[in-house]
Design a protein around this ligand. Sequence first.
Ligand SMILES: CC(=O)N[C@H]1[C@@H](OP(=O)(O)OP(=O)(O)OC[C@H]2O[C@@H](n3ccc(=O)[nH]c3=O)[C@H](O)[C@@H]2O)O[C@H](CO)[C@@H](O)[C@@H]1O
Ligand SMILES: C=C(OP(=O)(O)O)C(=O)O
Length: 436
Amino acid sequence: MGTFKIEGGHKLQGEITPQGAKNEALQILCAVLLTDEKITIHNIPDIVDVNKLINLLENLGVKIQKKGKGSYIFQADDVDLNYLHSEQFKEEGRGLRGSIMLVGPLLGRFGKGYIPKPGGDKIGRRRLDTHFEGFIKLGATFRYNKEEHFYGVEAEKLTGANMLLDEASVTGTANIIMAAVLAEGVTTIYNAACEPYLQQLCTMLNSMGANITGVSSNLLTITGVDKLGGCEHTMLPDMIEIGSWIGLAAMTKSELTIKNVNWDMLGLIPNVFRKLGITVEKKGDDIFIPAHVDGYEIQNFIDGSILTISDAPWPGFTPDLLSIILVVATQARGEVLIHQKMFESRLFFVDKLIDMGAKIILCDPHRATVIGHDFKSTLKATTMTSPDIRAGVSLLIAALSAKGTSTIHNIEQIDRGYEFIDTRLRAIGARIVRVS
Ligand SMILES: CC(=O)N[C@H]1[C@@H](OP(=O)(O)OP(=O)(O)OC[C@H]2O[C@@H](n3ccc(=O)[nH]c3=O)[C@H](O)[C@@H]2O)O[C@H](CO)[C@@H](O)[C@@H]1O
Ligand SMILES: C=C(OP(=O)(O)O)C(=O)O
């Protein structure tokens, strides 16, 4: 179990450049299986989950050439489907959530796709019904081995269909799209998720020769094609990292510039931080956060009632930033209700913040009320364990704002999604060391 030691209470300063988007990378990498031609991808983040997926592709026989930092060429012209039946695949396939998106492209191109129950954060029930109901609609037969938690779909041929998804699942939508692009005829997906990750995936698939319309809406129309070809694709900056750095700057009263954020794709993120009273300035394509020397004040709703920040499928506010919002609110002036609608086990980490002196009432598994300290009382350093990727970074932000030295165990969770976080934070003045 890896550990960070963090000496908090110091201001940070400078520039930080976001890595390529983790959740986009996981979709895009699976899409390389859809063609036997070369796919060049840039801005791939060097993080544990992405590297695990690259390793899975390599074991599937995909040829991989590294061209420079974050740039790779992939060619799936000799895919070894036997690997899918190996014990090694059962072990490696459950190492991350993103591996589930291997199924759609394999089914679309080779008529079969298998996956063990995928890993990822333990933040609640993470069912896969939407994915498999979509594949079944396209004509696949479905098998599930309950003992081994092993899923399989097979089809002689996929045929386009109309579907209304039971929920706007992000990975589910990506998976169904990747199967439907090579199906015969027209597929419509209503209640499709439309996160920037999915917009990017559709743009990439269209540049490979797919025919997808409705991109960025919740109604996609996909006219199947016989074959897809190569392309070049560049990943967006990671909007969850960007949100994390906004929170970090505010909570440590630091002046920070977040470089090349691709403002147009940030949706509600800057405004939600503004509702906490944080100044988020647009400077070209950068975000500038001034030092909040006098703190920041949470806005009420127009009628004076207490602000609620909740998650919703895109273009709603992403659930992946609610833990960050919550920790930043602990030092604001005012109160806020955080409502995590999607995941039922994602707020339990507030116990650690309460131990550090934060004023939080966990109302139920989905809701927490935060009463900010307005920096009149700082958080106290402590020892904690990172339960999931975003809670881990929230605890890290809390530790950087706290007086004294904190210890965070299980930092593998953080490394899943944040590239060399300790090195990059040290470059802007953070006192953080990796001790094991
Ligand atoms: C690898 C990857 O891309 N992971 C992201 C992906 O996970 P993932 O694709 O696994 O998440 P889903 O979108 O399927 O669903 C997430 C949770 O929200 C619930 N749900 C979903 C849609 C909906 O309309 N209503 C609803 O309640 C689901 O039941 C589930 O509990 O999307 C999640 C939701 O943005 C993010 O937290 C994850 O970081
Ligand atoms: C929940 C997340 O990741 P995963 O879906 O990979 O567990 C996340 O990125 O916040």
